[in-house]
Design a protein around this ligand. Structure first.
Ligand SMILES: [Zn+2]
Length: 249
């Protein structure tokens, strides 16, 4: 009964939201270049040591390299092609003023974490729902949850954590499995959210009520997922130390 009585209101509210969004994305606004984070990943995050990633843009090669492996700046060690900070596929897909930075972090024992920052350009079309790309790459999302990360000297940060699973058939017929996690959140000037939808609402309200459009960044941290769940403490520890280095307060 309850659902029937509120149904008309939901329709009205949905129409209002759609109209607002339509207005928000068609009306001229002052595009501002203000961002909430730096496009920067430190060389050290606590015990972790980082090595930046570079990607060959030559269509026939597309190999990825660590910055430490590259002898001649900007040139692929194998084919001599031009190197970029994003993959060829991303470079073809994203607006040309999108900034991307990726780094692999390693612990002395060998454990690794990948961190990346995607900063939207003027077109603001650089950031998509992460789920779409991840599932496209053959991953299955088995669980999504918000992890509350305590921070020193500021409010906790909410991060979306996707538990992922990739399955494939081994030559002997058995099934191979790889468990991983993908954690992310969005940052605008003075704004943070783990939800893609909330980011759209915040962008729209900035446009409608404040006539401005800031650059949003999308930060992600990913790695192997253990069944016992220790990866959640690892995400907390890593992000708690990384974030203060890149956020612009
Ligand atoms: Zn190459």
């Amino acid at each position: 009964m309850e659902t029937r009585t509120i149904k008309p209101y939901i329709t009205v509210i949905a129409l209002l939201i759609l109209t607002s969004l339509a207005l928000a994305f068609t009306v001229n606004v002052n595009i501002s270049d203000e961002a909430g984070v730096k496009v920067f990943l430190p060389d050290h995050v606590g015990e972790w040591t980082g090595d930046e990633l570079r990607f060959c843009q030559a269509p026939a090669c597309q190999k990825s390299w660590y910055l430490s492996q590259i002898k001649e700046e900007g040139k692929c060690p194998e084919c001599g092609g031009q190197l970029g900070t994003m993959t060829k596929v991303e470079a073809d897909l994203l607006p040309s003023d999108t900034e991307v930075l990726k780094k692999q972090y390693t612990l002395p024992g060998g454990r690794t974490i990948f961190a990346s920052i995607v900063m939207s350009g003027r077109e603001r079309a650089s950031i998509h729902r992460p789920q779409v790309c991840l599932v496209g790459q053959g991953n299955e999302i088995v669980k999504s949850s918000v992890l509350d990360i305590p921070m020193d000297h500021r409010a906790p940060l909410d991060v979306m954590v996707l538990d992922m699973l990739r399955r494939w058939r081994l030559p002997d017929g058995r099934q191979g499995e790889y468990d991983s996690y993908y954690a992310y959140w969005f940052v605008g000037k003075g704004r943070e959210t783990p939800y893609h939808t909330m980011r759209m609402v915040l962008m729209a309200s900035d446009r409608i009520f404040h006539n401005r459009s800031h650059r949003w960044a999308y930060i992600s941290v990913s790695g192997d997922r253990d069944k016992a769940g220790a990866y959640r403490a690892e995400i907390k520890d890593f992000v708690r130390q990384l974030y203060p280095e890149i956020v612009l307060e």
